[in-house]
Design a protein. Structure first.
Length: 176
């Protein structure tokens, strides 16, 4: 019998002061059985940072050819491709040829090693690469519940996250 995904219902009050973007987002997030809570929350935070009309989660880990998050234009072209984790160079090179914009959000304890190995190759692509701090991802993961209300306020390269279980400030670095 196959393991089923764990379903999370999130209501996010989003304030993005960088883009003057304000929204209330209702998300249903399926956490794949092999996915950690840290990775799931990295996807949610990447979604919030890039929130816009027509932005959606894909089937993620279940479909290798799709990113974690994407946005399409009205004529169904991929306008934004977002991968979370430490993707292979060839995957991102292919993504940059089919999407107008490509972003990578690296988040785990091996992120520095991955970037050190891949930096020269990624430098040849027009791709944005960001790094979430692993310790902060672990803190955010402790705030998760199956049904939760979040308040996310983004300013500069940081976000303030508040939930019923607690709050934290979360920042990220720009690698490229």
């Amino acid at each position: 019998m196959a393991l089923r995904p764990e379903i999370f219902k999130l209501k996010i009050a989003l304030t993005d002061l960088n883009r003057n973007y304000y929204d209330t987002i209702n998300l249903t997030v399926a956490r794949h059985p092999s996915e950690t809570r840290e990775r799931m929350m990295a996807r949610v935070l990447a979604f919030c940072i890039n929130a816009q009309p027509r932005l959606s989660f894909t089937k993620g880990l279940s479909v290798a050819e799709e990113p974690d998050i994407w946005a399409h234009t009205l004529d169904n072209q991929i306008s934004l491709w977002i991968d979370v984790g430490e993707p292979a160079f060839d995957r991102i090179k292919k993504a940059s040829s089919i999407a107008s914009g490509v972003k990578v959000y690296s988040f785990n304890s091996k992120s520095d090693v991955w970037w050190h190995q891949e930096q020269a190759k990624f430098g040849k692509l027009t791709v944005s690469v960001f790094q979430f701090q692993w310790e902060k991802m672990q803190t955010v993961a402790t705030l998760t519940q199956r049904t939760m209300d979040l308040s996310v306020t983004i300013t500069g390269d940081s976000a303030y996250i508040a939930t019923e279980l607690g709050e934290c400030e979360f920042d990220w670095g720009v690698l490229q």
